[in-house]
Write a protein that binds this ligand. Structure first.
Ligand SMILES: Cc1cc2nc3c(=O)[nH]c(=O)nc-3n(C[C@H](O)[C@H](O)[C@H](O)COP(=O)(O)OP(=O)(O)OC[C@H]3O[C@@H](n4cnc5c(N)ncnc54)[C@H](O)[C@@H]3O)c2cc1C
Length: 337
């Protein structure tokens, strides 16, 4: 068995006693629905395998002496020579969980190129003046991000309107493109009916010439609060009935619904980012063993590398896969060395 792909991860988790289920749209959760049981199963697996675990033990520096890595701990005399080291110290996102990024300068000193670290999978900051009334509204939306005329990225996903911008997976999936361009002229175009647009147009056509309130018809596919805001933005009375609106009005409303413009000003910081973009360039590791091509005896895995995936488990999968490759690579080196 390969043990490196998504199906292998599920198999491996089950083998470790972490039972999972998948929702219809593909999200995978532990049957317990509790992160604590996952952590306990992983800790138990280490214990059963006889792995020594040193918690609350910070590595301050790594030196190479006699061609081997030496871990330098807090006390100056505490130096631990190693045959091989798998470095999986993560990035700088969500420092509340322990991320500091403090070993990046060490990796740079050892010869690695470090792509600048920046927030990713973070809420977007945007000019929300016209959309203030939508605070707290959650819906699926299509998003296109442009710098000037250039399309940088597009996605469909769940978003939430906040006081300062947009949160939710749909918005966060584009955040690494935003944090890479501080000060740029960035614009989002939102399609607020990515799935039910055709049904809405059919409903509006069926009710043409009737006295149905337009706001109520929009409510068939949009959460409360959204119809009123859209009608105001499209310069149509929020009390308008189908008899009151022209074809031109409906077309303007449709453009507001499917191509709502929003100026993006940045992202929230590392405190609210789920991952960090940047880190050690992947071109500086052997992809089959994750061995550093710069530092003898060092293997790198997970978010310390310059890889960022969208919401949906891709970052965890990358950490699992590269961790597996690094562990195997380090062990194989030991057997051949
Ligand atoms: C709130 C939140 C939600 C997330 N949700 C998802 C999700 O749904 N799906 C997904 O794919 N990803 C998600 N992620 C991202 C995912 O958790 C990370 O990409 C993944 O955990 C990275 O694994 P890693 O082992 O590389 O680093 P980490 O999990 O960050 O582990 C690094 C460890 O190294 C330790 N460390 C750091 N420096 C030192 C040092 N100097 N000495 C000793 N130890 C050190 C840290 O304390 C930490 O324990 C989420 C992240 C957050 C914060």
């Amino acid at each position: 068995m390969d043990l490196c792909g998504h199906a292998d991860t599920i198999w491996r988790l089950h083998d470790l006693g972490i039972l999972t289920y998948a929702t219809e749209d593909g999200w995978c959760y532990p049957v317990s629905n509790a992160a604590a049981t996952v952590q306990e199963s992983l800790a138990a697996a280490l214990e059963v395998a006889g792995v020594q675990v040193h918690l609350q033990t910070k590595v301050h520096d790594i030196r190479i002496e006699g061609g081997r890595p030496v871990l330098c701990m807090a006390a100056p005399q505490d130096r631990r020579p190693m045959d091989r080291v798998v470095l999986a110290t993560g990035g700088k996102a969500y420092p509340a969980l322990g991320a500091t990024g403090e070993l990046f300068p060490v990796l740079a000193r050892l010869g690695h190129h470090i792509e600048p670290l920046r927030p990713a999978l973070a809420p977007l900051l945007a000019d929300m003046r016209a959309l203030n009334a939508l605070q707290g509204v959650r819906l699926d939306a299509g998003l296109e991000l442009r710098e000037g005329e250039r399309l940088l990225g597009e996605t469909i996903g769940n978003i939430m309107f906040t006081q300062t911008g947009l949160s939710g997976p749909g918005a966060m999936d584009l955040s690494h493109l935003v944090s890479a361009r501080p000060g740029s002229d960035l614009r989002l175009t939102l399609n607020l009916a990515p799935w039910a647009h055709d049904e809405l147009l059919e409903l509006l056509a069926a009710k043409r010439g009737t006295s149905w309130p337009l706001r109520v018809l929009l409510g068939a596919v949009l959460p409360a609060k959204v119809p009123v805001v859209l009608l105001s933005m499209a310069d149509i009375s929020t009390e308008a009935r189908m008899t009151d609106v022209s074809q031109v009005d409906l077309e303007r409303l449709d453009r507001t619904l499917t191509a709502l413009p929003l100026r993006v000003t940045g992202t929230r910081g590392f405190q609210q980012a789920q991952v960090s973009a940047g880190g050690v360039s992947v071109s500086e590791v052997d992809p089959t063993t994750m061995a550093s091509l710069r530092v003898p005896g060092l293997h790198l895995a997970g978010e310390v590398l310059d890889v960022v995936g969208p919401c949906g488990g891709y970052n965890l999968q990358f950490a699992f896969t590269t961790g597996m490759l690094a562990g195997r690579g380090a062990a194989a080196e030991g057997q051949s060395g």
